[in-house]
Design a protein around this ligand. Structure first.
Ligand code: FES
Ligand code: FES
Length: 155
């Protein structure tokens, strides 16, 4: 069964007809053309697919696209560009928090949600905020450093 909907992503509204069973991740990547959000486990375990829906982090692999109707979705493309990076993106690069980069968009979206709620998180709070994001390259220490430095810059 299909459903006509307006999907608001990064400030642009996309009129779409989507199967009601499709997840937000596949619609973002295949219909909207925003491939920054990654598909990892496809089972709500790794956080590679993390986006914000009305500012709240969600695993888009486990969130129906139709649930996002009437809400504002933010993906990694909505945070910054290569020429005008968001402070979290810039600090991830600077601190060496990016290795293969597959987990990076999801990590950054979780960090953005965390810092929006808590601009001055402790190390423990950053760890908890990123606990739903796995990095197979195990670069956690540099990721934590990057987010700590980004928090200082954003404040
Ligand atoms: S792809 Fe969604 S949590 Fe892993
Ligand atoms: S940088 Fe490779 S999975 Fe995290």
């Amino acid at each position: 069964m299909t459903h006509e909907m307006n999907l608001a992503v990064n400030g642009t509204t996309y009129p779409l007809t989507v199967d009601v069973s499709r997840n937000l991740l596949s619609v973002l990547r295949e219909e909207v053309g925003l491939t920054g959000t990654k598909q990892g486990c496809d089972d709500c375990e790794c956080g590679a697919c993390m986006v914000l829906v009305d500012g709240q982090p969600v695993n888009s692999c486990s969130y129906l696209a139709v649930q996002a109707g009437g809400r504002e979705v933010t993906t990694i493309e909505g945070l910054g560009t290569a020429d005008d990076m968001h402070p979290i993106q810039a600090k991830m690069l600077e601190a060496g928090g990016v290795q293969c980069g597959f987990c990076t968009p999801g990590m950054i979206m979780s960090a953005q949600a965390l810092l929006s709620d808590n601009p001055n998180p402790s190390g423990e709070e950053i760890r908890i905020g990123l606990s739903g994001n796995l990095c197979r390259c195990t670069g956690y220490q540099k990721i934590l450093q990057a987010i700590t430095e980004a928090a200082v810059e954003i404040r």
